[in-house]
Design a protein around this ligand. Structure first.
Ligand code: PLP
Length: 460
């Protein structure tokens, strides 16, 4: 059989029109936004690749489930359906819904993590790090060596460095309240973690008697990569692999805005009954009663369906192929990316493409602005605007180790022609890369400056 195009495994039943703008309109909108893409009105964006979180399209079965939602305050049928789907998928006995992933993190760490402790992870996502640090603990990133080399093509660059984990457990064993592994490793480029690595983590956690939790936002994409790349896994279904992965851990936090295939939701699931009881008490303070946890009954029903749809092999083949296809478009235009492409996003290497723009002049932000001006495509800067900060008085500003632009792909929302268009926009910007100028920061807040900073182009 010749290779056929991997098509979208769905047809479209409801459409949301896109609004086209002229270049002049985009120039005006971007200037008014202080050259910060977060400050743009979504209406001024044509293709929105800011995030894959909560931006996907639901299926007709999910919309049908919305109508089945039981909005009873306590003991709703929607909760029973959600709980049984999460239990079957993960094997965890206690299922605690939350309004999104970071609420599950806050509750779990609030009960488990204390001042001065150390939480290892492959790479902490920013909300995970913030919630660990909020407890006064250290969030320690221990991603494997290959994971730190952007250009290296390796199958499992999200793996945790097991030797480094063992060293941490040996030195600080009783100060490690849990070990986390993020699947896929979002902050490390959406790179997967192998089954072998997860089994290694389980073994170490058993030996040092430390609980092992997954940050499992993209568990289905991770299972697909295991099926495609890990020896001996080719004949298993993504669902079987996902079930095994969850059963290696003692619990998980999940933002269901990703592989839950819905627009809102999260969950904390775990086996320890005593810890679960404490987490439920904590949940009631801010999220709500334990059978809805900050969600409507209809959300729980949509999630119960989404969590079953997401491991469909046809969906995952299309999903992972979309990111690879977009990366190939970038390479063809001479734009390097983080390799190999991750499951949910393509990361353009702005540091390489705009080598004439020094890091303090925000080359990744400059590239993100150009993609918007050229074609109305909104991406997010992951570079010095996000991770740098002003230097001490008389010292230079601190810059980030890499200057990346992330193009995150909402689930089931855009078609192949949309992706082709984004490829054309990247190519048009790459063709005039040497004319692209940097930016300076005019105004910035003290924390998380990339969300609200105002910038100005550097002229001359
Ligand atoms: C999105 C995400 C979170 C936080 O989830 P929210 O639903 O945005 O609160 C935590 N960890 C990872 C890896 C994520 O991708």
């Amino acid at each position: 059989m010749p290779e056929r195009t991997i098509i979208e495994p769905f047809r479209i039943k409801a459409v949301e029109p896109l609004r086209f703008t002229t270049r002049a309109e985009r120039e005006q909108a971007l200037a008014a936004a202080g050259y910060n893409l977060f400050a743009l009105a979504a209406d001024d964006v044509l293709i929105d690749l800011l995030t894959d979180s909560g931006t996907g399209a639901m299926s007709s079965e999910q919309w049908a489930a919305i109508m089945r939602g039981d909005e009873s305050y306590a003991g709703a049928r929607s909760f029973e359906r959600f709980e049984s789907v999460v239990r079957e998928l993960t094997g965890f006995t206690h299922v605690i819904p939350t309004h999104q992933g970071r609420a599950a993190e806050r509750i779990l760490f609030g009960e488990l993590v204390a001042t001065g402790e150390v939480v290892p992870n492959n790479t902490h996502f920013d909300t995970t790090r913030a919630n660990v640090e909020f407890q006064g603990a250290e969030a320690r990133d221990l991603v494997c060596t290959e994971g730190r080399d952007l250009q290296l093509d390796a199958p499992f660059k999200g793996n945790l460095d097991l030797e480094a984990l063992e060293a941490t457990l040996r030195e600080a064993g009783d100060q490690v309240p849990l070990v986390l592994v993020t699947i896929t490793n979002n902050s490390g480029g959406g790179q997967p973690v192998s089954l072998a690595n997860l089994r290694g983590v389980r073994e170490l956690c058993d030996r040092y008697e430390v609980p092992f939790f997954l940050d499992a936002c993209r568990f289905a994409e991770n299972a697909w990569f295991i099926k495609e790349r890990e020896p001996g896994q080719q004949d298993r279904s993504p669902r079987e692999i996902a079930e095994e992965v969850f059963r290696l851990a003692d619990g998980c936090t999940i933002s269901l805005k990703k592989d839950g295939l819905a627009n809102i939701g999260g969950v904390l699931a775990l086996n320890d009954p005593e810890l679960a009881a404490r987490c439920r008490d904590n949940l009631i303070l801010t999220e709500g009663f334990p059978t809805y946890g900050g969600l409507a009954g209809r959300d729980l029903d949509a999630l119960a369906v989404g969590l079953q749809e997401v491991t469909d092999p046809d969906y995952l083949r299309y999903r992972v192929r979309t990111a690879a296809y977009l990366a190939e478009k970038a390479w063809a235009a001479g734009v390097p990316t983080v390799r190999p492409p991750g499951g949910h996003a393509v990361y353009l290497d702005a540091g390489a493409l705009l080598a004439h723009v020094p890091a303090p002049e925000l080359p990744a932000q400059a590239l993100a602005c150009e993609l918007y001006l050229e074609g109305g495509v909104r991406a997010v800067e992951i570079g010095t605007l996000m991770f740098g900060r002003p230097g001490e008085p008389g010292q230079p500003d601190l810059t980030a180790p890499h200057e990346l632009v992330r193009l995150a792909l909402p689930r089931r929302s855009y078609t192949q022609s949309h992706v082709d268009y984004v490829g054309e926009v990247i190519a048009a910007v790459a063709a005039r890369a040497e004319q692209v100028r940097g930016y300076r920061i005019v105004e910035q807040p003290r924390w998380l400056r990339h969300f609200t900073a105002r910038l100005a182009p550097i002229i001359g």
